[in-house]
Write a protein that binds this ligand. Structure first.
Ligand SMILES: Cc1ncc(COP(=O)(O)O)c(C=O)c1O
Length: 446
């Protein structure tokens, strides 16, 4: 086992690195908070003054939201299947509250309402895995499960892994694991690092469907590399679960059917593979899961602190997960068909406008970088004024070349809302605010 945390050990991504640790007040005489405010200046300036950041939503009407006086079409929601607004799902909640109260308030080890068993059973069937364990959030899972799986071995971390995976690896590192990073979307680099590693205890951590690019990794290639080198592969498919699934004659789009996540989508097996996902996106409920062998599940029941200590998900969320399974079974393909149609329309428009986006999957996450990162404030204000609500991707959350905004489509968006978005995108392209797709292709080819 390696305890070496020298030059090969993990560091924050360059754009998140601070030039020094925050000075202790006693040493510098300055206020400790000024260091952070300085480091996070760009995003903090937007947070403090931009109408589309840290916004208070006063009211919603379908996927339209009101911020102060302004009504906007919401393209910042992760409720991909529109379950948050689904009357059938909303209607089940009162009966569950009647039966269980609002909040069980035991940690799961102290007492698990049978609803959890039902959810884990249905999830296991849907995913086609050996077993599943649910905990409140994916963040809880990464911070508690990665350190258990890694122990004092070596973690191979996707260089652009989601911040919550990165943080889980940092916890593992503080408990004796070593962390090395492999290049994003580069199974060959992972192969090289694993081949050079002498530590026999290996864990590979990466994203499934990427929360910024909207693309899925080549899971089969990564799984093959991990297995060849005796590593356990740990995949966070927060954005894929509910959206992509097994290929089938029933599918209404290239997303596949049943929304049973990336492993099934690629026809992979769960051998030496742990899948993590959440209900807080496509299923609009506060709950998350680990698909793993029963032996690992039982270990986590005593080794993962959220199972032992954390407060539970509200009963309403357990209810909406169970109702979500039913709706997914009956109407999931139709909803995924709508979701794909909206996403494909937006991507077709961008292609026609020669606007660059990294999305080549037609999944409902469309990142649109700006030509000039310093224009984020103005571009965001223009979108807000046109009634389009998106997620601003500001520095240092993304590197300067990727500063822009992220559009997310959901099955609950209407065609008229997508029309509005498309008009605003065309206007931004016309103003020269967006990166050119053909220029980007030339750059990549050079
Ligand atoms: C890839 C990924 N993992 C984890 C999370 C966090 O999920 P949770 O809210 O369940 O902690 C997110 C949320 O944005 C995410 O995009």
């Amino acid at each position: 086992m390696s305890y070496q945390l020298a030059s090969t050990s993990v560091r924050a991504p360059a754009h998140l690195r601070t030039s020094s640790a925050p000075p202790a007040p006693s040493q510098s005489g300055g206020r400790w908070i000024d260091h952070w405010l300085d480091t996070l200046h760009d995003i903090e300036a937007l947070r403090a003054a931009h109408p589309m950041m840290d916004a208070v939503i006063d009211e919603i009407d379908g996927r339209m939201i009101r911020v102060g006086e302004q009504w906007l079409a919401d393209f910042a929601s992760c409720n991909y299947l529109g379950f948050d607004l689904d009357p059938e799902i909303i209607a089940v909640i009162p009966a569950f509250l009647e039966a269980w109260g609002t909040h069980p308030s035991w940690s799961r080890l102290l007492g698990s309402p049978v609803l959890y068993e039902q959810i884990e059973g249905r999830l296991t069937e849907l995913l086609g895995c050996e077993d599943a364990l649910v905990l409140p959030t994916i963040t809880h899972i990464h911070n508690s499960v990665i350190p258990v799986l890694a122990a004092s071995g070596t973690i191979f971390l996707d260089a652009r892994a989601h911040k919550t995976i990165y943080d889980g690896c940092q916890v593992a590192r503080s408990r004796g694991a070593a962390v090395r990073r492999f290049r994003f979307e580069d199974p060959e680099h992972l192969d090289e690092l694993l081949a050079a590693e002498r530590d026999r205890a290996r864990l590979v951590c990466m994203d499934g469907v990427n929360s910024m690019t909207g693309n899925a990794p080549d899971l089969c290639a990564f799984a093959a590399v991990a297995r060849r080198h005796g590593a356990l592969l740990y995949v966070d498919d927060a954005h894929g679960f509910g959206v992509i699934g097994e290929r089938s004659t029933q599918e209404t789009s290239l997303y596949g059917a049943r929304g049973n996540s990336i492993v099934r989508h690629f026809g992979e097996s769960y051998d030496d593979l742990i899948l993590v996902g959440g209900f807080s996106k496509a299923y609009s409920s506060l709950l998350a899961f680990i698909a793993c062998p029963t032996e690992v599940k039982n270990l986590l029941k005593v080794a993962a602190p959220p199972y032992l200590y954390s407060g539970p998900s509200p009963v309403a969320s357990l209810a909406t997960v169970l109702a979500g399974f039913d709706v997914n079974e009956r109407r999931g393909e139709q909803l995924r068909g709508v979701l794909h149609r909206h996403s494909a329309r937006v991507l077709k428009t961008l292609a026609e406008l020669d606007v660059h986006t990294p999305n080549h999957s037609e999944l409902p996450i469309v990142e649109i970088p700006l030509r000039d990162h310093e224009r984020i404030d103005e571009v965001g204000r223009m979108l807000f004024a046109r009634g389009v609500y998106v997620t601003l991707a500001a520095y240092p959350l993304v590197p300067k070349a990727e500063v822009g905004f992220r559009v997310q489509l959901t099955a609950a968006n209407t065609d008229e809302e997508v029309d509005l978005l498309i008009r605003a995108l065309a206007e931004l392209a016309d103003m020269g605010e967006l990166q050119s797709a053909s220029a980007q292709r030339e750059l990549e080819a050079a």
